[in-house]
Design a protein around this ligand. Sequence first.
Ligand code: 5AD
Ligand code: SF4
Length: 436
Amino acid sequence: MEKFYIETYGCQMNEADSEYMASLLHTIGYERVYDIKDASIILVNTCSIRDKAEKKVLSFLGRAYPYKRKNDCILAVCGCVAQQEGENLIKKAPYLDIVFGPHHINYLPNFIKRARNNEKVVEVTERNVIERDKDLFTTEGIRAMIPIMQGCNNFCSFCIVPYVRGREVSRKPEDVIEEVKRLADYGIQEVMLLGQNVNSYGKDLAVKEGFVKLIEEISKIKKIERIRFTTSHPKDITEGLINSFATIEKLMPHIHLPVQSGSDRVLNLMNRKYSREDYLRIVKKLRQLRPDISITTDIIVGFPSETEDDFEDTLTLVKEVRYDSAFSFKYSKRPYTKASTMEDQIPEEIKQRRLEILQNLLKEIIYEKNKEMEGRIVPVLVESRSKKEKTEFMGRTPCFRIVNFSSNREIKEGETVKVKITRGFKNSLKGEFING
Ligand code: 5AD
Ligand code: SF4
């Protein structure tokens, strides 16, 4: 029997795609293994958003190669690096059997068959449809990650995504709803709606406020308790979406809203199409309507020509918003992008110094915000037993913070229980179960 191993890099879209491919292979009788030495098919799902991610892939292939020789494995690369490099990957690593882009994940079983017949498979043409088998259950646990659109039309000047994931394509709302209903029947309590630019959902279907309507429809599905989405672009946040946080009870109080920079000059060069003021206005409105909302973000330091003053603007914005969590990155030059041809690229040491300053500030704020949770009683949706302490349980608050808590009774996965937060740490909370 074929046994497959999947290594995943990058974003939640990739994680969702990997789970989907795992389900596909599962339905044809293949078994998933978690150690590459047990595998007869090794698949690496790649990300090319920053250059580190690409280097990781090549080093993974180097590690996988001896197993390929020993076990006669099929070695496959998919995702954004595959899309970007295509045939080139086979030139760099001639022992590769399959290279395919994100638009072809539905064809993996067919690719494997062809590779077993000694064919080298390269499939990276761009297609503007999302093919997805709605009957598959692409999840384990209580949360399902559901891609509702893919691609991006924004062309932020630093970003490779529009070149490797293509233009925005939305799935039909009825398909998404049918999938969520099936997942709900299967026992899923929480859905995470995914897209590179998720709040553009429906624009290509010419439906007004299509994203808000989709969330409303999903919220009517009885067994679904929590709805989340990621990632949002500030320029596409509508009044309707902001209001949904107040009117749709199942929409959880958390929004990931990448700001990238606090400097208007840099935002303009990045082609983000909003100003610092626009961004702060959105944050203010969200907090007026939903004071407990958690706001998280992505920030880039060292974008070409970023001055100390621009960087200072980012720091003051971070202090003003007081993010609940954040990803921060050094700018990395990507092929095809406009920013890669800009003059005045910032030296590595300056990028590194700015990143450290920013991360220290973020750490301080995030720790303070976790401390502010102490004493509060929050509904926690339980995901599993705690990883560290076997007698404890792990779940998430509505604003997506991880809580490890003790309990005097057994608690099942998928139960929502009241937990009193007793301590806030840097990246998580500790609490105790409260009866009633
Ligand atoms: N360099 C550094 N960070 C980048 N991101 C996207 N492209 C680049 C790049 N070239 C970051 C952005 C985006 C997140 C997913 O990755 O902050 O929001
Ligand atoms: Fe990249 Fe910008 Fe599109 Fe996000 S919105 S995927 S950063 S181009």
